[in-house]
Design a protein around this ligand. Structure first.
Ligand code: ADP
Ligand code: MG
Length: 436
């Protein structure tokens, strides 16, 4: 099956059967004439061409982009009858088809650190040894931490080896099931899901409290596992915590290996941002990358959103992206997040990290360690909370706001040439923002 046919198959899942049969089924893809940036389809009838163009070409282009990673222009033209008939055969859907995967989700593009090392190694070893290493492999963790990325990275490897890979969500699986029940084609449903080589189901927690589909999924699972086919599942929590799951499913989810992904630590976040900049051809200086990594909490998807926002703004406004510009663009986003960070949280985190008591930070003690801790706390409170200088002065037991302003100036000077001090502040800010 060529990419054009795969895209039309994928489109089938997104539109109604009537629409598909009326307009899309008869399209044929010209694999020879199409290029990486131009996809040529032939329609059999001049009347429908405009309709197809208006209604579906954007969707088709989007699916191409998911599949190939690059933007294409979709061209739909009329083909004479003889060859149209010939190519009609070619688009006849096959029973088992590969799923569309995002080609940029690769192991190479995935930055590894302590937080995701375990999950990464587990998926990697499954991708090298399908069906034999860990089956099922169950990856769980919070939103935007790379579960789908890792799962599809394995999927891409399998597809490149010629294996039939199905990647689906619980919702798609359910819709597919309902469609086949309605069309009385359950045999085809079972053929599709039980005969594939690899089944990837994303966000399996949505099976919770859906008894009918749990039953169907159970049989699919048994059939695949019984024939040594690889299953990879992701969820937002450990199987034990999902709830509303049949006991037999829950226990099977733990049969293979359960691996978690934790929020990335600062260095990993920086590496991810650098990678995303490289992929999206966005140029950011080190201090901007640092700033984004420290102030934005650990959801990587959010970081990506910020990069494209920065890129778009700078293009629209014809300005280079510098640190002030970045701070300005991110202002609202950050303010919202920080609404719940208070000065106690900050001093407690700093105190714990430096092995002193929070009350000592607010005391008048002048030992080197205390001054250091106090400076850091004041600076972070100023950066992360909405408190005014007089409020800070009162909180830290200082005479008045000029004392605070003096401290902040001192810290800004230090930040310019003391790399260790800066790293410490970045680390602590990261800790505080990711725990809030
Ligand atoms: P999840 O499925 O856990 O919600 P995704 O896999 O969709 O998260 O990841 C969200 C985005 O963040 C994706 O674009 C993904 O490429 C990116 N991402 C997450 N973790 C990493 C990582 N360690 N290295 C590179 N990109 C990452
Ligand atoms: Mg996901």
């Amino acid at each position: 099956m060529n990419i054009g046919q795969e895209v039309l198959e994928a489109l089938k899942e997104e539109i109604t059967e009537v629409e598909y049969n009326r307009y899309i089924k008869h399209l044929s893809y010209d694999a020879k004439k199409s290029t990486a940036s131009l996809a040529i389809f032939y329609a059999h009838n001049a009347i429908v061409i405009n309709w197809i163009k208006n209604k579906y070409s954007e969707k088709i282009a989007h699916l191409f982009e998911i599949k190939s990673g690059s933007k294409v222009i979709v061209q739909i033209t009329l083909k004479n009858r003889v060859s149209a008939q010939k190519s009609k055969k070619a688009v006849e859907p096959q029973k088992i088809t590969n799923s569309l995967l995002n080609q940029s989700y690769t192991f190479d593009n995935f930055m590894v650190g302590g937080s995701n090392q375990f999950a990464y190694s587990a998926v990697k070893s499954v991708s090298e040894n399908a069906g034999n290493a860990y089956n099922p492999l169950f990856i769980y963790g919070g939103v935007g931490l790379g579960k789908t990325h890792l799962m599809q990275a394995a999927g891409n490897i399998f597809q490149n080896e010629g294996k039939v890979v199905i990647y689906t969500s619980v919702e798609q699986f359910l819709n597919d099931f309902i469609r086949h029940v309605r069309n009385k084609t359950m045999d085809r449903f079972q053929e599709k899901y039980r005969k594939c080589d690899v089944l990837l189901i994303d966000d399996i927690q949505f099976l919770s409290n859906k008894e009918g589909i749990q039953e169907e999924f159970f049989h699919t699972f048994e059939a695949l596992k019984g024939t040594g086919k690889q299953i990879i599942l992701t969820a937002d929590k450990h199987p034990k915590k999902i709830g509303g799951l049949e006991a037999r499913l829950q226990s099977r989810f733990e049969w293979g290996l359960v691996a978690d992904i934790q929020p990335p630590e600062l260095e990993t976040k920086i590496a991810i941002i650098e990678k995303k900049c490289e992929i999206n051809k966005v140029k950011l200086s080190k201090d901007i990358i640092n700033y984004i990594a420290t102030v934005i909490d650990s959801n990587v998807r959010e970081i990506e959103g910020i990069l494209s926002k920065l890129h778009a703004y700078s293009q629209l406004m014809h300005v280079d992206i510098d640190l002030d510009f970045t701070k300005n663009v991110l202002k609202d986003q950050i303010r919202e997040k920080r609404a719940n960070i208070d000065m106690d949280t900050i001093t407690q985190t700093v105190a714990k990290d430096l092995n002193i008591k929070p009350s000592e930070i607010k005391s008048k003690g002048r030992s080197k360690n205390l001054v250091y801790a106090r400076r850091i706390s004041i600076y972070i409170c100023r950066e992360l909370t909405q408190n005014t200088m007089p409020q800070l002065a009162q909180y830290f037991g200082m005479k008045d706001h000029t004392a605070i302003s003096h401290t902040i100036k001192k810290i800004n000077d230090l930040l310019k040439d003391d790399e260790d001090f800066k790293t410490k502040i970045d680390e602590l800010t990261n800790k505080i923002t990711s725990n809030s």
